[in-house]
Design a protein around this ligand. Structure first.
Ligand code: ADP
Ligand code: MG
Length: 576
């Protein structure tokens, strides 16, 4: 077939791509085979890589993104040209937005025909289209450049602020033969792809001075801190300073959510009242109300001199993106947090008891209220009673990964389900995107080998539901819990025209989602009560079998847009 098999001294594009990835410690590929990359998936598997083959490229891409977040190695998504590439591109853009390292590798059609727009099979100028949607994009035309192309892609994805990279590999490249010895020599093992970035001493001193002056300090942990895998340093910063901390959703579990210093249950209070906020790998974007407005700076806080920020981030341009940052600390989180701690000295004064006491009081009050709500067992289940089951399951299995998407299903889970270990919560992230569910769940199972629990709104599940076949095919320990309330937000909307179509937000009533898993040999269960849900989850986790639990939720329980109602142009909150 190839020269390689004839002489044993030649190699080709296929093998060089595989060898380049393997040389850099990349073992898994999330793919959807087809022209021109079908043989690449076969050969990669033959060469000992794990190739997880999907039903739609977007989910392969989401899996690669989650793999990148979990492992600090770029997750690889492999697609065909034009439409396959475009399907993967959504995931690449999402990975870039979330600062997850990922490489989308797509086969492409003949350059000569594409550039003259002569109408090739799946013709598209993929490189140009990818460029604005990712961190970097490269095309390799010659087999001897594959090593450089893969190295550049890896370095671009991992260095500085991580993100998505596009690598365009035209069909002709794969069959290009070259001398095997020269081919091997052309490959690059990337040295130190995410070099430590030590913060400048003056910047550290500025931050130390500001933090020492604080009367109501707060630490805000973002998913950048989770990604950085410097869990001991982050924990030391929190515990040695005694400052209350707030985790963003994917930073939950960096310290266990039942930690005495967690201010999650007093979120509104601390955001409004803190005088100095240390942002650790968290951006002041919409998820934090851009650092201003009603959420931030109560009247008291303003009268006391306002709120000031210390921002730890690897990206120097992140500071001042929404509000003034008094003390930017640019560098990798491990180095910055260590430098800050060192700067504070060995005898760190604890924050005033007036502040920590007020936070605790607020927190205890809210936790008591929450406990009362969670103790109820309404029939049918509502979001709270169903999530209380999930909460107890995660408590019993803290090493399980929780994937979470939906509107109400997401918002309530974020506050109800405590996490105990770092990087165990994967959710809709910076865009609040729906459709990450099964892709993230598959990557979590493949990369961690731990049980995965995917808590999905019925609408959210629909975006990636077909991938339950993938879960069954690879026999992954994934338990999908569909919160079935018959529709988007809730299942009770009516058609305003009085016509026979149901309202745009309503689904088929009493849909049998569990049968989707059964169709492919997995376990499907209906849960009408909290006890039934608990039993089904216990069995799923114990057996490790692919399971889908159709959890029947009161169709009147949800609210419009969950907790982001204010972003809805016609919502009451936006009407004057
Ligand atoms: P969240 O949504 O949890 O608040 P964001 O995604 O908004 O988190 O913010 C993550 C931030 O972390 C980004 O600004 C990114 O530049 C930063 N970041 C990512 N990795 C590192 C790292 N290793 N060191 C420092 N900062 C990092
Ligand atoms: Mg719903």
């Amino acid at each position: 077939m190839t020269n390689e098999t004839q002489t044993g001294e030649m190699t080709d594009g296929f093998n060089l791509v595989i060898d380049a990835l393997k040389l850099n410690g990349i073992d898994n590929i999330y793919a959807l085979p087809g022209i021109p990359i079908t043989d690449l998936t076969r050969k990669a598997q033959t060469a000992g890589m794990r190739v997880i083959s999907f039903r739609h490229e977007q989910h392969a891409g989401n899996a690669a993104a989650a793999a990148g977040f979990l492992t600090q190695k770029p997750g690889i998504c492999l697609t065909v040209s034009a439409p396959g590439f475009l399907n993967g591109l959504t995931a690449l853009a999402n990975a870039t937005t979330n600062c997850f390292p990922m490489i989308l590798i797509s086969g492409s059609s003949e350059r000569e025909i594409v550039d003259l727009q002569q109408g090739d099979y799946e013709e598209m100028d993929q490189l140009a289209i990818a460029k604005p949607l990712c961190k970097a994009a490269f095309r390799v035309l010659h087999a001897e450049d594959i090593g450089v192309g893969v190295a550049r892609a890896i370095r671009s994805a991992l260095s500085g602020r991580p993100g998505g990279v596009y690598l365009d590999l035209p069909a002709k490249l794969f069959s290009q033969a070259m001398d095997a010895v020269a081919g091997k020599a052309s490959l690059i093992k990337v040295v130190d792809p995410a070099p430590k970035q030590i913060p400048a001493p003056e910047a550290v001193q500025r931050a130390v001075n500001l933090l020492k002056s604080a009367k109501k300090p707060l630490i805000l942990l973002g998913k950048g801190a989770a990604y950085a895998q410097c869990d001991a340093e982050v924990r030391a910063l929190v515990e040695k300073t005694g400052i209350p901390y707030l985790p963003m959703s994917m930073a939950k579990g960096l310290l266990p959510d039942n930690h005495a210093q967690s201010a999650s249950a007093a979120r509104s209070y601390v955001l409004a009242e803190a005088d100095v906020v240390v942002l650790v790998g968290a951006r002041l974007n919409w998820l934090l109300s851009h650092g201003k407005g009603k959420t931030w700076g109560s009247k008291d806080a303003k009268e006391a001199g306002g709120q000031q920020f210390i921002q730890i981030d690897i990206s120097p341009t992140e500071a001042d993106s929404n509000v003034a940052i008094a003390a930017p600390l640019v560098g990798d989180i491990g180095s910055c947090v260590s430098a800050l701690l060192a700067g504070l000295g060995s005898n760190i004064a604890k924050p005033p008891a007036e502040w920590t006491g007020a936070v605790s009081e607020k927190k205890d009050k809210n936790l008591t209220k929450m406990a009362e709500t969670l103790a109820k067992t309404p029939s049918p289940m509502n979001f709270h009673s169903a999530l209380n089951v999930v909460r107890n399951q995660i408590k019993a299995h803290p090493d399980a990964v929780l994937v979470n998407e939906g509107a109400n299903t997401l918002d309530f889970a974020r506050s109800i389900v405590d996490m105990y270990e770092p990087r165990k919560r994967l959710d809709v992230g910076t865009w609040g995107i729906m459709g990450i569910g099964m892709g993230f769940a598959i990557a979590a199972a493949v990369e961690t080998g731990k049980p995965v629990i995917a808590v999905e709104g019925d609408s959210a599940f629909g975006f990636s539901g077909m991938e339950v076949e993938t879960i069954c095919r690879y026999n992954l320990p994934v338990c999908v819990v569909v919160f079935n309330n018959n529709g988007i937000y809730r299942g009770t909307d009516v058609n305003g025209s009085g016509g026979t179509d149901v309202a745009p937000t309503v689904f088929v009533k009493n849909a049998r989602y569990e049968m989707m898993m059964q169709a492919f040999g997995g376990v499907g269960v209906v849960a009408n009560t909290a006890a039934e849900l608990d039993k089904a989850m216990t069995e799923a986790i114990a057996s490790g079998k692919p399971t889908l639990i159709n959890a029947i939720i009161d169709e009147t329980a949800g609210t419009e847009s969950g907790r982001i109602t204010s972003l809805n142009p016609t919502s009451a909150a936006n009407k004057k």
